[in-house]
Design a protein around this ligand. Structure first.
Ligand code: 13P
Ligand code: SF4
Length: 331
């Protein structure tokens, strides 16, 4: 088998013996190879269940930074695995499907962002972690949805700031902090599709339900939300809040964990604008348990980075990690 080719095309065409117990085999590979499986809440339930750690983007980066495993298997999307590689240049970082990208990250190409940044030389650049290493290298500080507000607030009030790439998160932070950061015009294809009209109808049918939303959602949805937070913060809220019914405006994969952690409560996925299953992220869902097994077995596809880019993109990530430590923020 040509492993280089495999790294390019992925495992799509490979057959797996259907009698294999994938949970058993993956756990065996973890031990044999001293590998850790990190997964985001938007992964399919089986992947969440076999992961050693599940978290939001900050939690995953913090876990990746301090793991002593030799191999990090990242069940998430490319920018997340790339961040793990940036923090761990000596470790092998694997992503079950190399094509698992992110519409938000794609909406901010480095060459166009550089032109934008050059027009505002007196601005500091804060970038949401959902971006490529190329954008990170052009940024001063990285943030995630769980620390964005505190990171912005840690800067002097009169500091001019560019916020990229998510205009919805940026607008939300502007509103919360009273700043007027310049926003890059990027959005997440999943979070911008929730239908305000359908959510309002759902709320009127279930007056006791609390609407919880990720800050990547549009302003109109955030305005009527009872709680706004990163995936980990949303999960924690559903565990601790007295309510028994939640309408969840984020990618539907997190409902699996919410239901596991609070089995007596009811969770309704917020409806998207049309009839499709648009609150499933098509990028996140490219990873499957089969691909996870194959990627651990063959140690492919691997995240490989240009060293200069890795070093440059690490600087703003380190600033975020340091600020998060100082401010006591955990993902
Ligand atoms: P968090 O898990 O950090 O809230 O991010 C959500 C997301 O969209 C990841 O792609
Ligand atoms: Fe990107 Fe949105 Fe998918 Fe997250 S949910 S990976 S932001 S497209």
């Amino acid at each position: 088998m040509d492993l280089n080719k495999l790294n390019e095309v992925g495992f799509l065409d490979m057959d797996i013996d259907p009698s294999i117990d994938l949970f058993f085999e993956i756990n065996k590979l973890k031990k044999e190879k001293n590998a850790i499986v990190l997964a985001h809440y938007y992964q399919e339930p089986d992947i969440q269940d076999i992961a050693d750690y599940i978290g939001d983007s900050l939690g995953l980066a913090q876990k990746a930074e301090k793991t002593d495993a030799d191999i990090i298997v990242f069940a998430g999307v490319h920018f997340m695995a790339e961040t793990a590689k940036i923090l761990n240049p000596k470790k092998k970082v694997l992503l079950p499907d190399l094509k698992a990208g992110c519409s938000l990250s794609d909406s901010c190409p480095p060459h166009l962002f550089k032109l934008f940044k050059d027009k505002h030389p007196d601005h500091l650049v804060i970038s949401y972690i959902n971006c490529s290493a190329g954008i990170k290298a052009l940024s001063d500080i990285i943030c995630t949805s769980s620390n964005a507000r505190l990171i912005v607030e840690s800067l002097p009030k009169d500091q001019n700031i560019i916020f990229a790439p998510d205009k919805n998160l940026g607008a939300y932070i502007n509103k919360e902090t009273g700043r007027s950061m310049l926003l890059w015009n990027g959005v997440c294809m999943v979070h911008e599709l929730f239908s305000l009209e359908k959510i309002i109808r759902l709320k009127s049918r279930h007056p006791d339900a609390k609407l919880i939303a990720h800050p990547e959602c549009e302003d109109a949805v955030l305005n009527i939300a009872d709680f706004i937070g990163s995936t980990t913060q949303l999960l924690k809220f559903t565990e601790e809040d007295d309510s028994n019914l939640f309408i969840v405006a984020t990618e539907a994969g997190i409902l699996h964990r919410m239901q596991q952690n609070a089995p007596a409560k009811t969770f309704i996925a917020a409806p998207p604008d049309n009839a499709c299953a648009c609150n499933d992220c098509p990028h996140m869902k490219l990873n499957t348990l089969e691909k996870l097994y194959l990627c651990m077995k063959y140690e492919q596809p691997e995240i490989i980075m240009d060293e200069d880019l890795r070093v440059a993109s690490r600087i703003p990530i380190d600033r975020m990690m340091e600020l998060s430590r100082k401010l006591g923020i955990r993902g």
